[in-house]
Write a protein that binds this ligand. Structure first.
Ligand SMILES: C[S@@+](CC[C@H](N)C(=O)[O-])C[C@H]1O[C@@H](n2cnc3c(N)ncnc32)[C@H](O)[C@@H]1O
Length: 349
């Protein structure tokens, strides 16, 4: 066999999956190996889907316009996720600028940190911290300066939604967990054992405006045995609602989504930490600093809107978004996960 040279490279066979039907998530998706399967990744994106193990950042241009970044600026991406926004921000603030990227997720954060390091971002310009954004003021002790910009892209990343083991979605079966940090607290499956029907209905109503909260809560609490998997919960909701003639399959799917959303918000105390962040944020910002929040449902958007309006009234912010900015139709088409996003901004006085 001839030796491989640059003109005559040795042909390497593509690595095949073991067996004909890979069972494990990591074996299933070529997109998890972006370096090897670039063309496949582009095909997935052009179908309007998100390649497994990645997250497509939303409203990037709009956010960069709002933040009005310059070289040397120092600021925070409070929800680092896959680091898509941070990567774009870094291009604008180098040289001498710095991003603190925060995330509560101990599983995804190290992957994102090494991805950004492999792109050449060093500790001088990008710091990754596993922390809750509600603790933002503690970061000032480390940065020793107030921030020039701040971004929060709330909720969950595509990596979290698409990994069945995390239990965020009922498309694939997995343990009913839904914690952003699975090393802290208890999974939703344990929570459900402790709640009575009234308490559960209140969570579904308060966190997701679920119209059938009482019917669903009753069905979950009366279920014979523990509810431990995502598919099990989805089918309990399905069975409880199919008995009602006025509810069609689309309504059932929406209820299933709202129940998962409500339980996720509850188990991660998402409203509690968002309220805390919104009240502490101004004290962490330089005069003129720009702030952007991407929200994905009315409970989040209402909180951000109220906080900005109060801040404007009290003279904390000099200017705020009069109405939320929405992704363009093109972005919604190419990335359906962006379709319910709302972007609000504020400028610190
Ligand atoms: C929508 S994703 C962010 C995606 C990111 N902008 C990107 O471009 O890849 C939201 C991320 O925020 C994280 N997160 C949610 N609540 C948080 C909190 N209270 N503190 C820190 N991180 C949080 C989640 O773990 C998730 O990784």
């Amino acid at each position: 066999m001839p030796e491989s040279t640059s003109q005559n490279p040795e042909h390497k066979r593509r690595v095949r999956y073991k067996g004909t039907h890979p069972r494990r998530f990591e074996e299933k998706y070529k997109e998890l190996h972006i370096d090897k399967y670039g063309d496949d990744v582009q095909k997935v994106i052009s179908r309007g889907q998100t390649p497994a193990g990645t997250h497509r950042p939303i409203c990037v241009k709009e956010i960069l316009d709002i933040l009005d970044l310059m070289p040397g600026m120092i600021g925070v991406d409070a929800t680092l996720g896959y680091g898509g926004h941070t990567q774009e921000i870094l291009q604008k603030i180098l040289p001498n600028g710095k991003v603190y990227g925060l995330d509560v997720d101990p599983l995804e954060l190290p992957k994102t940190e090494s991805r950004l390091r492999s792109l050449g971002f060093t500790e001088n310009n990008f710091i990754a911290r596993r922390m809750n954004f509600a603790g933002l003021p503690q970061l000032i002790n480390e940065s020793r300066c107030l921030f020039d910009f701040f971004l929060a892209d709330l909720g969950v990343s595509s990596m979290q939604i698409d990994t069945p083991d995390r239990g965020f979605s009922f498309k694939l079966d997995g343990p009913l967990d839904l914690r952003l940090n699975p090393n802290r607290g208890s999974p939703v499956s344990s929570l459900l054992k402790t709640l009575n029907s009234e308490e559960l209905a209140a969570i579904l109503h308060d966190n997701a405006d679920e119209p059938y909260c009482h019917v669903i809560a009753d069905a979950i609490c009366k279920y014979d045995g523990p509810v431990t998997t995502t598919k099990q919960l989805a089918s309990i909701i399905h069975d409880a609602l199919t008995q009602r003639r006025s509810v069609n399959p689309d309504d059932i799917k929406k209820s299933q989504q709202r129940v998962f959303q409500a339980l996720r918000i509850y188990i991660n105390n998402e409203y509690g930490v968002l309220d805390q962040l919104l009240s502490l944020l101004p004290s962490c910002l330089n005069p003129g600093a720009r702030v952007a929040f991407l929200t994905f449902h009315s409970g989040e958007d209402r909180r951000v809107k109220k906080s900005f309006q109060n801040g404007l009234r009290k003279g904390i912010y000099s200017s705020i978004a009069p109405t939320p900015i929405r992704p363009t139709n093109e972005e919604k088409r190419s990335n359906p996960r962006s379709s319910c996003a709302k972007l609000r901004w504020a400028i610190k006085r």
